[in-house]
Design a protein around this ligand. Sequence first.
Ligand code: TYM
Length: 332
Amino acid sequence: MNKPVVYSGIQPTGIITIGNYIGAITNWLKLADDYDCIYGIADLHALTVRQVPSEYRQRALSFFAQYLACGLDPEKNILYFQSHVHEHAELSWILNCFTYIGEMQRMTQFKDKALKHQDNINMGLLDYPVLMAADILLYQTALVPVGADQKQHLEITRDIAVRFNNLYSPTFTVPEAYIPKQGARVFSLQDPTAKMSKSDPDPNAAVSIIEDPDSIMRKFKRAVTDSDAEVRFDPESKPGVSNLMTIMSEMGGMPIEEIEKNYSGKGYAVFKSACAEAVIEHLKPVRERYAALTGDKEYLMRIAGEGAARASAIAGRTMAKVRRKVGLVSLK
Ligand code: TYM
């Protein structure tokens, strides 16, 4: 590894949505040449909510295939499952001892999830950001490309890193969040004031990156907008239309102003179909590659094994440093 490191990940819950794609994955694709990039399937994180084991295994594998289908080249990027590299759990424990309960209780995502899963407010849910800090700090990460909802987790990661570095000596690179100017928060197609969520119970709220074209078209046609029928970018008073414009701009590769000009006076039906077309067209190669990859478990496991070995080699170096700094006895 000789370029600055990029690290990010996705939890294998629900579906990989066009929100995840626009907010995070498109930037992963852009960074491949200038950084050493590491992308994990955050399968320890998603255990904070109850999973059906057989479905969970399938979904994690499918997400891994979708990483590849998006065009992440396993030669250029390290792609692996978080649970295959034991250093994540190990560093997470040590960082727990440098993190305050109050800091975790103040996390917005913890508060939201605790409200949603009142019957299962487990330690993992509270500790979630520390595991995420461990993910990032293990690899001496410089840049973390994520959507806007992860900003607070990045801030606490930086705080933990600085705290540790100040107590001992520089040990961790202090990472920066990389949040896109446009598309950092893609909204639900059914409630344009809420984030598009990969585990939304309403199937019309989110679109998967491997969804079939008819279904994508149907969901966009049903997308909630407003009643004034004017295609104008105004997130405050026209959140639905503005969200669709952002999606179209990102997927179709054209600026918002151009969309505004092209669809002015054409009405929502035409605009929504065009937006769906842009998404369908952009995701066509993803869908095709996924179809070819998904049955090839042997290949997927080979890539995952290689990724885990490469990740572990880097993570092991950081762990050796951390063990030494905190004063653990070394066998060597
Ligand atoms: P997760 O799995 O919820 O989401 C994966 C990525 O997608 C972004 N994202 C969005 N971007 C724009 N609009 C949306 N509606 C939207 N929804 C999600 C997220 O910001 C994220 O970048 N804790 C993380 C996973 C994780 C991680 C890490 C990320 C685990 N370890 C280390 C970075 C570094 C999560 O739950 O993301």
